[in-house]
Write a protein that binds this ligand. Structure first.
Ligand SMILES: N[C@@H](CCC(=O)N[C@@H](CS)C(=O)NCC(=O)O)C(=O)O
Length: 286
């Protein structure tokens, strides 16, 4: 039996429940004026976005699509009940991770690829993914760097503070926590001193995909109660600018699930996912 099939057999609800669908938005007037094709054609082929807003890359895709009035159907893949291991999602993506974009037979995984695809397809305002070669290269530089830095270290602090006690029934050993926090602090120093400096946004005066991907990742450890903004006025001021550009309502809507982190013990109560997540946590201790 494959590892995935084995995981699936342990989670009956993963195969039994269908993915939940929400349709966004859309009246034809809401279709971006910059769209190059016929609005009628566009309206007849909405994208399907497979997301769970606990996930940072899903939040970036969700915020970007909604902010730019990209027409899409939201298909919720509930990671807390293991729907990513279910048969229905397995037919969409063998990677079994969210986000995924689907458009007819075209399936795209990886948030960064999805964001760039939507920016180019819907010709979103230039500042998101600038046509200027050097500005675009700076966005790409950040997007390439963040995977193994902000994302990796921010996620680890989040997991250690929230998921680990649920999975093991005990706090993470202090030396492991200190090491994770040390890595995150070092990363945030590079973020501020190399990527942000004294500019309003990573690539200058305007928000780009780099800021969007950065904020969703940085909010993950912050939502777990790790006080990363308190001693960092430059980072806090940047967060407020990004929030304002996205729009406070959309920002809060996208982050609502993760701000409800206190509810995780209830979410995982009587849920076999914690057992399945244990090996992932133990690998983080290495
Ligand atoms: N590099 C991928 C990361 C995708 C990813 O790791 N997604 C996580 C949620 S943040 C997931 O689906 N995890 C489910 C699992 O590992 O079972 C991207 O940026 O899209």
């Amino acid at each position: 039996m494959s590892e995935v099939a084995m995981r699936l057999s342990k989670i009956p609800e993963a195969s039994g429940r269908s993915l939940f669908v929400h349709k966004y938005p859309l009246s034809l007037e809401a279709i971006p004026r910059t769209f190059s094709g016929s609005p009628a054609l566009l309206a007849s082929m909405p994208l399907e976005l497979f997301l769970d807003l606990h996930s940072q890359p899903c939040r970036s895709v969700y915020i970007f699509a909604k902010k730019n009035s990209v027409p899409f159907e939201l298909r919720v893949v509930d990671l807390t009940t293991g729907q990513q291991y279910g048969e229905e999602f397995g037919k969409i993506s063998m990677v079994r991770k969210v986000p995924v974009l689907k458009e007819d037979n075209f399936v795209l995984t990886e948030s960064i690829a999805i964001l760039k695809y939507m920016a180019e397809k819907f010709r979103t305002p230039d500042h998101w993914y600038p046509a200027d070669l050097q500005k675009r290269a700076l966005v790409n530089e950040y997007l390439a760097w963040q995977h193994s830095s902000v994302r990796a270290h921010g996620s680890k602090v989040f997991w250690f503070r929230t998921m680990a006690p649920l999975i093991t029934g005990a706090p993470v050993p202090q030396e492991k926590m200190d090491s994770a926090v040390e890595d995150l602090n070092a990363t945030l120093k590079i973020f501020e001193e190399k990527f942000l400096q004294n500019k309003p946004f990573i690539v200058g005066d305007h928000i780009s995909l780099a800021d969007l991907v950065a904020i969703v990742e940085i909010m993950q450890p912050a939502a777990s109660g790790f006080a990363l903004f308190e001693s960092r006025p430059v980072l806090s001021a940047w967060r407020d600018r990004v929030k304002k550009e996205i729009g406070e309502a959309l920002f809060n809507e996208a982050h609502k699930t993760i701000f409800d982190v206190d509810k995780l013990p209830q979410v995982f109560e009587n849920n076999q996912m914690l057992e399945i997540l244990k090996p992932k946590l133990l690998k983080m201790f290495n």
